[in-house]
Design a protein around this ligand. Structure first.
Ligand SMILES: Cc1ncc(COP(=O)(O)O)c(C=O)c1O
Length: 379
């Protein structure tokens, strides 16, 4: 079989390999980006699931744009935008549709690095070149961003301004305004990926960057982190001309996202106790984060450094010495799964090999003392 060149360039995901090791019984896994199984809102969808079989219409073919009641809910919730919605198989499919609609081999795109691996892979599959953008707690380096926009004919800028994966960072308000302005000035499409936004457990919620430049932005929403990742439902919102093309591509790809799972997400979002569920989820993650952060400070002291996070699922742990890939491999031998920083960089990019991504949402808080003790052994 002769594989396409771009398909061959896709490496087996390092994270997938770690996750398969993470299933062993003695392992404590802080590797995946999984929500807490114990906090999945199954009680809120029980009645809907039980009555699914009585609703034959949910099992017919449906519209490519999505299940109408769910689209109506999305419209009601996006008060600042009258742009159309497209329901997708997770926000991961939205990334794929964006790549197919906008990118051609040789195009330049900008992404903050480190970056969400799934986005890098989708963009790399098109043959686009990723211009790596440095960022810190104040958000992306604006001079570097403008330099890319000015000199590299950039087609799109992919970003995760709220509780970034893997760093957990949030862009401050001034950065949001400046980035929106730059995208406008240079006519670059902004892709705002916001799966963790609702998981804020401290600090102040800031506005969407895409609301500051609506005519050139696309926003991605996921129901995986506040609902159920296994249902594979997400959504994107963008200018009409873009959503029209993306819907046609979706139709050619898979006709539409499964209706029963869209009906379940619709029921979840409209459940009288949905807000209470979000509050419980945020509290649960805050407790996990505080517990992890306390153990890291007490047990590892000056061997590590990390910035406080106000939500999301991740801590980006900087090691004062040692190679993080080696330490992650050693941690696996001590039955602890974590992801080394190098996994979050595009190929051929200078990378951070002194950082680890720790997920805190999917670990029982009682296990953090032992998890950090195992990391201490690996260090
Ligand atoms: C930043 C980011 N975008 C998109 C996704 C994909 O999420 P979904 O389950 O909605 O496809 C993830 C998953 O972890 C993510 O971290």
């Amino acid at each position: 079989m002769k594989f396409a060149r771009n398909a061959q360039s896709l490496d087996a995901s390092y994270i997938r390999e770690i996750l398969s090791a993470a299933n062993q019984p003695e392992m404590i896994s802080m590797a995946g980006g999984l929500p807490a199984s114990s906090l999945l809102p199954v009680q809120l969808i029980r009645a809907t699931c039980e009555s699914l079989a009585d609703n034959h219409h949910l099992f017919q073919y449906g519209s490519s744009q999505g299940y109408e009641p769910l689209i109506d809910t999305m419209k009601q919730q996006s008060q600042h935008s009258d742009k159309p919605w497209l329901i997708c198989n997770g926000s991961q499919q939205a990334l794929d549709l964006i790549a197919r609609a906008l990118l051609e081999a040789g195009d330049n795109i900008v992404a903050e690095v480190p970056a969400y691996l799934g986005a890098l892979q989708v963009f790399q599959l098109t043959g686009a070149t990723i211009c790596p953008l440095n960022s810190d707690t104040a958000g992306p380096d604006l001079n570097q961003l403008e330099d890319y926009f000015k000199h590299h004919n950039v087609k799109l800028f992919y970003c995760v301004p709220d509780f970034h994966n893997p760093t957990g960072r949030v862009w401050p308000r001034e950065t949001r305004i400046a980035v929106a302005q730059l995208c406008r000035d240079y006519d670059v499409t902004l892709i705002e990926d916001a799966p963790y936004r609702e998981l804020r457990f401290a600090g102040e919620q800031l506005g969407y960057v895409s609301d500051l430049c609506p005519e050139i932005s696309i926003r991605l929403t996921s129901f995986s982190k506040i609902g159920f990742p296994g249902l594979r439902v997400g959504a994107m919102n963008g200018p009409t001309a873009f959503i029209t093309i993306a819907e046609r591509i979706k139709q050619a790809t898979d006709l539409h996202t499964g209706i029963p799972q869209q009906a379940i997400i619709h029921a979840l979002l409209n459940h009288a106790e949905f807000e209470q569920h979000l509050t419980r989820l945020r509290r649960g993650y805050q407790e996990r984060y505080q517990c992890l952060s306390r153990e890291l400070t007490q047990q590892l002291g000056d061997q590590i450094q990390f910035d406080t996070v106000e939500g999301g699922m991740f801590v980006w742990l900087k090691l004062t010495q040692g190679d993080s890939a080696e330490i992650a491999a050693r941690a696996l031998q001590h039955n602890l799964a974590v992801v080394p920083g190098a996994a979050f960089y595009p190929t051929d990019t200078a990378l951070e090999n002194h950082a680890l991504r720790l997920n805190f949402s999917n670990t029982d808080p009682a296990l953090f003392p032992e998890a950090v003790a195992r990391l201490a052994k690996a260090l």
